[in-house]
Ligand binder design. Structure first.
Ligand SMILES: *Cc1c(COP(=O)(O)O)cnc(C)c1O
Length: 455
């Protein structure tokens, strides 16, 4: 007999505020710089792209920011999200550790992304925005923004990275079901997209290019704003509802994590589960070990440089200090599309520099093996991105086994893999290989980092 495996919160226990880690940082974030003047930017510089409320959240140092009622109302469609104890996975591993996972795949898009898509659409609608542009890789973010934009009466235009657009036609169909328009990027609808296609007509696209296209259109029109699904401070803050719920659920389970694990693409789901725990530690509570898991084929935290860089390939964004592989770096076409970004959230990068978090990188085949073991024990088929977190948690559990330690491990199962079954088919056919990036390309991309004089 297995004991209770599921920790559910009442609707009334859903957090009323997001947590802003900027209130508790031992050292403030380095400033965001204007790419021309190299001077710190102010809120007005971002106004063509984002509504003021989100810009203010970006720079806020208030610890708690209230979740507006219309946002909470939509969150209630799937939140509070469940937290499970992975008894069967523990047993299969023979570990003395307790493994818990927070499941974000219960949202309409199947991942954590609607946690920020909904407030971003809300603040835009309140500010009078008519149209949102964005990029998407695997399609999770585009789906989430299509869902949220529709609920607030906004038009949504999604630039989807070409390889994913071709590989995952069902994602586009879901975006269209929610009323959005989805184009393959590079596209012919922007100056930047046309330039990329001219240089290379069969360009597979990248997140950095798709961001440039979406930003270009948003900057041109007053009624059009841009929405980003990760990386920015306000995005990470919206995701903290994951960790805030988890804190309550760990209390229900009568334990507290020794280790918190999340996968990192741009850093948002990782921040979502980890920041509330780090915050408790910074305010004098117990500080768990925090482990970020990234793909070995796009290893910004473990192999990148901590430096000022552009967020996009077309160099239209401000410069932020982050772990980066260089904005011209195109990762190989591995299957965790959501983890194919050249940079890392400035907040996550900053915490890494402060030694408050650790980072590890795993290759895709070992991550799929972990995901399959998880599916066969716990029943949920994880997204390829989430397989990295599963792998990270399993490695921690096996370490506990070797050391004979009954630690508590918590990880974020950030999404299900129902739209990624082609990747699983390839895995079972033995066709999935460990793609590696080109060292020379990485060296070149890093050599091309903008030069910014030390502050
Ligand atoms: C987008 C996505 C990611 C990567 O983005 P983060 O900002 O690092 O969370 C990871 N997992 C899933 C399921 C995603 O959709």
């Amino acid at each position: 007999m297995t004991a209770v495996t599921k920790y559910l919160l009442e609707e009334s226990q859903m957090p009323r505020s997001w947590y802003n880690i900027q209130a508790d940082l031992p050292k403030a974030l380095p400033p965001v710089l204007h790419p021309g003047t190299l001077q710190p930017i102010g809120p007005a510089d971002l106004a063509p792209l984002f509504p003021m409320e989100l810009i203010l959240q970006e720079v806020s140092t208030e610890r708690e920011i209230e979740i507006p009622e219309p946002v909470r109302d939509i969150y209630r469609l799937w939140r509070p999200a469940p937290l499970y104890r992975a008894h069967r996975l523990e047993k299969a591993l023979g570990t003395p550790a307790k493994i818990f996972y927070k499941y974000e795949g219960v949202s309409p898009a199947g991942s954590h992304k609607p946690n920020t898509a909904v407030p971003q659409a809300f603040y835009n609608a309140v500010a009078g925005t008519k149209r949102l542009t964005t990029e998407t890789g695997a399609g999770q973010w585009g789906t989430s923004l299509a869902f949220a934009g529709n609920l607030f009466g906004l038009e949504v235009l999604v630039f989807q990275v070409r390889v994913s657009f071709d590989q995952k036609p069902y994602r586009r169909a879901v975006m269209e079901t929610y009323g959005a328009r989805c184009l393959p990027s590079p596209s012919t609808e922007t100056v930047y997209g046309r330039a990329v296609l001219e240089a290379r007509p069969d360009h597979p696209g990248s997140l950095g290019i798709a961001i440039s296209e979406a930003v270009e259109l948003a900057a041109q029109r007053d009624d059009t704003k841009y929405a980003l699904g990760s990386v920015l401070n306000h995005v990470l803050m919206h995701q903290t509802i994951i960790g805030l719920e988890s804190i309550q659920q760990m209390e229900m389970a009568d334990t507290y994590p020794d280790v918190v694990v999340g996968c990192t693409g741009g850093g948002s789901n990782f921040a979502g589960i980890a920041f509330p725990f780090i915050g408790q530690g910074l305010r004098g509570g117990k500080m768990p070990r925090i482990v970020a898991v990234e793909p070995a084929a796009c290893p910004s935290l473990t192999r990148g440089k901590y430096a000022y860089d552009f967020g996009d390939t077309g160099h239209m964004t401000p410069l932020t200090k982050m772990h980066t592989l260089g904005s011209s770096f195109t990762p190989p076409g591995f299957h965790a599309g959501g983890l194919r970004y050249h940079g890392m959230a400035p907040l996550v990068s900053h915490l890494k520099e402060l030694d408050l978090i650790e980072a590890v990188a795993y290759t895709q085949v070992e991550c799929f093996a972990a995901g399959v073991l998880f599916a066969r024990t716990e029943g949920i088929v994880p997204a390829p991105e989430a397989n990295h977190a599963v792998k990270g948690a399993i490695e921690e559990a096996l370490r506990c086994k070797r050391e004979g330690r009954a630690e508590t491990i918590l990880f974020n199962l950030c999404g299900h893999g129902h739209f990624d079954m082609t990747a699983y088919q390839k895995y079972f056919a033995g066709e999935l290989t460990d793609e590696t990036y080109d060292e020379q390309e990485l060296a070149m991309a890093l050599a091309g980092l903008p030069s910014v004089p030390a502050a």
